[in-house]
Design a protein around this ligand. Structure first.
Ligand SMILES: Cc1cc2nc3c(=O)[nH]c(=O)nc-3n(C[C@H](O)[C@H](O)[C@H](O)COP(=O)(O)OP(=O)(O)OC[C@H]3O[C@@H](n4cnc5c(N)ncnc54)[C@H](O)[C@@H]3O)c2cc1C
Length: 425
């Protein structure tokens, strides 16, 4: 009988399943959709995918694959969502994982029962496990801003954006300057009458390529191939980016207050040229919605037909009571970003936002979880786990901005090193 339950068969759940299976651990795995892939399955029947038709992954191919299952080198540098899904399917099939998933089965409740966990499925069935791995994704519950006033036009969150077609000939305001905001603004720009991007705090805009090389391969080259310290490589990268992009203030994008490496970068090859061609303009934060117009904090006002809020996601675990796990309180307080000290049988996979790619980092989390559950190492005492969390939070405060957007931030290299050292690889 399986004593481990995995919730979700997205890229996180699938790689955790592979790691557990490699260690000979039995598990039950429940997926509410009818297939694997989670957010990378366009129009997933789980109703939870934020994937839009033009989405391309922003991690370049060599940095994206799983360690024992690299991505076909004939594929482009930046895979489309469909190409990545096919890769994920091939990984699952090569490892016989699909047949281990119970599809079309939503987990409705996960409750502590002494030292164990009772998992209740949507069909009413309850099962009992020693450990529950939550791999249900954290980028699906739209976070909407609360601006004064009311807008009478078309309003959606980027989670529901699919194609540019509904915006043909329209005046569109995109709120936000993260990757989705910029992707969507660029996607719509040539079909809309005009697109405005509104940003509260601005962001560093980095190109996807520098001198023909994907930008995420530069830092690897400087640190791993040339052996430069991270601080030097950051300095060199910021100078190279400055050379490649110039001063973004020329495009109406204020320089963020924080240095380039304290910000999760917005990657876009097209945004600045599109501003330069007049397809997109930049405004500061929204101050008021005025039926068919929007006022901005610089005192200007403009008319719009549609607003797309690309304002991020709330972290949600609908199957956990807030007494057990309150995402606002607890998501940033996990030992090794996975285990709540008060509930060591509950394990979160994929609840990280690295500077670097998420998908291969979750592969390491999977191996760490498998090593833990197979007894290769033990969790520290609760007070030592709390200490590790406090140290992480201090480090996070020193490195990133104090914002909801950074709760899950980890440094890929440092974090991967910790996981490897715990599990003794
Ligand atoms: C627009 C966008 C672009 C991104 N681009 C990149 C990128 O370029 N590079 C990168 O590394 N990362 C990127 N990410 C982050 C990406 O979300 C993660 O990298 C990763 O793919 C998430 O996988 P996951 O398995 O954790 O979550 P998901 O893909 O969301 O999968 C979770 C699965 O759990 C299932 N599930 C949820 N609740 C339940 C339940 N109660 N019962 C049963 N099943 C349940 C869902 O149906 C789903 O299949 C992007 C995210 C977004 C939103």
């Amino acid at each position: 009988m399986a004593d481990i339950c995995i919730i979700g068969a997205g890229s996180s759940g699938v790689t955790v399943a592979k790691a557990l299976r490699d260690k000979g651990l039995a598990f039950d795995m429940f997926e509410k959709g009818s297939d694997i892939g989670g957010m990378w399955r366009y129009e997933n029947d789980n109703g939870q995918s934020s994937c839009y038709a033009s989405l391309h992954i922003d991690t370049s191919r060599p940095n994206l694959g799983y360690s024992d299952f690299p991505i076909d080198p004939s594929l482009p540098d930046f895979l489309s969502h469909a190409q990545f899904l096919r890769h994920l399917e091939a990984y699952a099939d090569a490892n016989g994982l699909r047949e281990l998933v119970t599809f079309g089965t939503r987990v409705d409740r996960v409750e502590p029962d002494g030292q164990r966990w009772r998992v209740t499925l949507a069909n009413g069935e309850s099962r009992d496990y020693a450990s529950v791995v939550c791999a249900n994704g954290h980028l699906w519950d739209p976070r909407m801003p609360d601006f004064p006033g009311h807008f009478d036009g078309h309003v959606i969150h980027s989670h529901h954006y699919r194609t540019a077609a509904p915006y043909e000939g329209k005046r569109v305001l995109v709120v936000g300057l993260g990757n989705s905001a910029v992707d969507i603004a660029v996607d719509i720009a040539r079909r809309a009458e005009h697109v405005t991007v509104s940003t509260r705090r601005s962001a560093w805009i980095m190109p996807k390529y520098l001198m023909g090389i994907p930008i995420d391969q530069w830092s690897g080259f400087l640190v791993r191939r040339l052996g430069l310290p991270v601080v030097w490589s950051r300095w060199i990268m910021s100078r190279l980016i400055r050379l490649g992009v110039g001063d973004q203030r020329r495009f109406g994008l204020p320089r963020p207050e924080h240095p380039m490496w304290r910000e999760h970068a917005t990657l876009s090859q097209e945004l600045l040229p599109y501003i330069g061609h007049g397809y997109i303009d930049i405004k500061p934060d929204v101050s008021e919605l005025r039926r068919h117009a929007v006022a901005f904090t610089d005192g200007t006002e403009a008319d719009y037909d549609a607003i797309i809020y690309a304002t991020g996601y709330s972290i949600s675990f609908p199957f956990l009571s807030p007494d057990v796990f309150d995402p606002d309180r607890d998501a940033g307080r996990l030992y090794r970003r996975m285990v709540p000290p008060a509930h060591p049988g509950l394990i979160f996979a994929g609840l990280v936002q690295p500077v670097g790619p998420t998908i291969p980092l979750v592969e390491l989390q999977g191996k760490w979880i498998a090593a833990l559950l197979s007894g290769a190492f033990e969790l520290p005492a609760p007070q030592d786990m709390e200490k590790e969390i406090l140290e992480h939070l201090e480090d996070q405060k020193r490195t990133y901005l104090d914002s909801a957007r950074y709760t899950l931030e980890v440094d890929f290299r440092a974090y991967a090193k910790q996981l490897r050292s715990d599990a003794g690889w």
